[in-house]
Structures are given as C-alpha cells and as structure tokens.
Design a protein around this ligand. Structure first.
Ligand SMILES: C[S@@+](CC[C@H](N)C(=O)[O-])C[C@H]1O[C@@H](n2cnc3c(N)ncnc32)[C@H](O)[C@@H]1O
Length: 246
C-alpha cells in the first residue's frame, strides 16, 4: 500500500515499493538510499514550512529554551559519545545544540520542514557542519545505517491514521537494532487534542507502550508537564523502549 500521498507527487522518476513523498537534503551519505526526484511539497510539508516561516521560536507551544527532560533521558541511556542519535521531527529544537555541547559526535536531525532545518542550521552557525540534516517525512525515511537512539518529542502524535502510524513504527523497527533505544513523547490522553492547528492522537502510557511493544521492550513510561512560552501547561506521555533481539 502506498502510504504517502500520491496526489502530492509531482515528478517521481524512480519507481519503488514505497512511492513516498520524500524530500531529503542531507550533508551526509544518509541521502544515498533516498529519492530526491519529487519536487512538489505535500500539504503537511507546506503546513510546517509556513509555521517555521511565520512564527518565532517562542511563539510556538512546544518551545523549550533548554530541553532538560530530553537531555536527562538521553544521558540516562549511557551511550558512548559516538553513538548515532536521531532527533525525529526535531524541528528547530535546541536539543541538537545541547547534544553537541555534551560531546555527542553523531547527531542526525530529521524534519518534514526544510524551513525548520534551515532555522536550526542558521542558529548553530559553523557547528551545523557537525550534524547530519535530513528533510523527510519520517514515514518515508530510508537511512543507510541504523541508529543507537531514536528520540521523538511531539512528532509521532501527528500521525493519526493506522497506515501512517504503522509506517512510522516499521521505519523505527528497521533502523533500531537489537538492544538499541527509542524514546517517544506525545500529548497525553489528558493533554491537548490539537497542536499547531492539527489534530493529534493523544496517548495514555498504556496506549503508547502498546504501539511499540511488539518488537520493543518497554523500559519506562511517565506523564510529564510542559510549560509553554504562553504560561500554560501541556501534559505529555513519554515512553522509552529497547529493541528486542528477535
Ligand atoms: C510540535 S513540533 C516539535 C519539534 C521538536 N521535536 C521540539 O520538541 O521542539 C513537531 C515537529 O514534527 C515535525 N513533523 C511533523 N510531522 C512529521 C513527519 N511526518 N515527519 C517528520 N517530521 C514531522 C514538524 O515539522 C515539527 O517540526
């Protein structure tokens, strides 16, 4: 089944099993297996580009001056500094800045929005060269190497249909090898039902862990509160998993 929106495909010169809408721009070999021939942007890509073109960082609810919770989670995995870490739907989050400051040397930031990636790169200046940048819908991502840690704060919950959710999980299963880690944070079932004008899927701890527990073992889940720049609070569900051996 084609999980990507064929109507949005404009020019696709390489017929593949997954005719995914895909725009990949990366400074590394990550692009090798990706298809760069389509040129028209999807509705979602346009939506997120508009957000990042029209809103200042502190004008979006998900802004964090410093991503304390994610940094503490990532430190808790006790990875080597050369571990391959991907921030999925990283947007222009400052997590990448923090990871570089902590000495991590192999960080990838993936986002559907080129504008978000460009903003993060501009903020980092010359340090942007130390990062692998990928513009892609995560459900169509085909990297050419696995990752030791997959981090997602507030991207997965934008996938609201079973085919999209399954595509995300299947990419994660493919690129996270045995014993490696996945961390996902979504809006809680007691949190907001929309973000950035889009409907999200809310998750209880049980529901989020059920999505991944086929091939992943749950390490922990908890509910956390995010203080938005507008002085309001949002409840998130966050879970961490470890890829099972088989
Ligand atoms: C609420 S923002 C969170 C950004 C960042 N993770 C943070 O914590 O600041 C959601 C991000 O997910 C990205 N996104 C949404 N759907 C996506 C998809 N299917 N593939 C990749 N990125 C996606 C958006 O462009 C946006 O940057």
């Amino acid at each position: 089944m084609d999980l990507c929106d064929k109507k949005m495909l404009y020019k696709f010169t390489v017929p593949t099993l997954c005719l995914c809408l895909l725009r990949v721009k990366t400074q590394s070999l990550l692009s090798a297996k990706n298809h760069q021939s389509q040129t028209k942007k999807s509705v979602m890509e346009q939506h997120w580009n508009t957000v990042y073109q029209t809103k200042q960082p502190t004008e979006v609810s998900w802004y964090e001056e410093y991503p304390h919770y994610s940094v503490s989670l990532i430190n808790g995995f006790n990875l080597t500094k050369t571990a391959k870490i991907i921030d999925v739907g990283g947007g222009d989050s400052r997590l990448v800045d923090a990871l570089l400051e902590l000495g991590y040397t192999d960080v990838t930031v993936l986002d559907i929005s080129e504008q978000a990636i460009e903003r993060a790169k501009a903020r980092l200046g010359s340090r942007a060269d130390q990062v692998q940048w990928v513009v892609s819908d995560i459900t169509c991502f085909q990297p050419n190497h696995p990752f030791d840690l997959w981090h997602d704060r507030a991207a997965f919950h934008f996938l609201t249909t079973e085919p999209k959710i399954n595509a995300y999980i299947s990419v994660a299963q493919r690129v996270i090898l045995a014993d490696d880690f996945l961390s996902v944070a979504t809006f809680s079932d007691k949190g907001p039902s929309k973000c950035s004008g889009l409907t999200v899927r809310q998750y209880s701890q049980e529901a989020l862990s059920q999505q991944f527990t086929g091939r992943f073992a749950k390490l922990r889940c908890e509910e956390i509160t995010h203080e938005t720049p507008f002085g309001t609070q949002q409840l998130f569900t966050t879970c961490q998993f470890q890829r099972k051996t088989a």
